[in-house]
Design a protein around this ligand. Structure first.
Ligand SMILES: NC(=O)CC[C@H](N)C(=O)O
Length: 223
């Protein structure tokens, strides 16, 4: 099983994502610089990490969304690859069109950095299978542009197709329908603002992110 983390100028959660994969995946992850134009041929799972790519200029994720690696990331998604976009990674995935909607400035115009309680909504995906449907989990957030927006038709489609992966119990940013994370149509691309890689049971004070990585790793092992 091969995993990788893509690194952009201004990424700052790539190390945490690498440690999560080193801890929970069977083989060591690769770091891939955004200027690369290819991904390893037999890659299974890519993390697009959080941070402030290109200093959040223009819009968060807009410039990274035009990096050379993105065309290859789209091909990887088309082939059914697993992609997890965390925070700035989620912003990048919406900018590239790999996930619908956009992340706007937080409704209160603040930077929120704290633990949030999340409700796993769809517990059938590779990423969310490890969570009980009625449970609440605690995962940290750290962002100023996490206010998920999509038009009414898109929201209806996401809800109707069970593509809301997580909702906030106590919405910190104004996101439509309290959405904290969404899945692609095939369920293999997940974008979420909270940081599961900061809650894998090391020194961070929580372990609720662990099941997410274990879930996707197990899905690939049994595929
Ligand atoms: N932690 C992060 O990935 C930050 C995301 C983004 N740059 C924001 O502040 O909205």
């Amino acid at each position: 099983m091969k995993t990788a983390v893509i690194v952009f100028p201004g990424s700052n959660c790539d190390r945490d994502a690498l440690v999560a994969l080193e801890t929970l995946a069977p083989t060591p992850p690769q770091r891939i610089w955004h200027k690369e134009t290819s991904l390893p041929a037999d890659l299974d799972f890519v993390v697009v990490p959080g941070g402030f790519s290109y200093g959040d200029y223009l819009r968060c994720g807009a410039m990274a969304g035009n990096s050379p690696i993105i065309a290859e990331l789209k091909r990887f998604a088309e082939k059914g690859g697993y992609i997890l976009g965390i925070c700035n990674g989620f912003q990048i995935l919406t900018e590239t069109g790999l996930l619908p909607g956009a992340l706007l400035r937080n409704a209160a115009l603040n930077f929120v950095c704290r633990n949030e309680r999340l409700i796993p909504v769809n517990t059938d995906s590779a990423y969310t299978r490890g969570y009980a449907a009625t449970s609440e989990i605690t995962i940290p957030v750290a962002h100023h542009d996490g206010n998920y927006f999509a038009d009414a038709e898109t929201l209806e489609r996401l809800e109707g197709e069970s593509r809301v992966a997580f909702r906030y119990a106590d919405n910190p940013n104004g996101s439509a329908n309290d959405i904290a994370g969404i899945l692609s149509e095939n369920g293999r691309v997940l974008g979420m603002m909270p940081h599961p890689e900061r809650a894998i049971g090391g020194h961070e004070g929580g372990a609720d992110g662990r099941a997410l990585f274990e879930g996707v790793v197990n899905s690939m092992a049994t595929a």
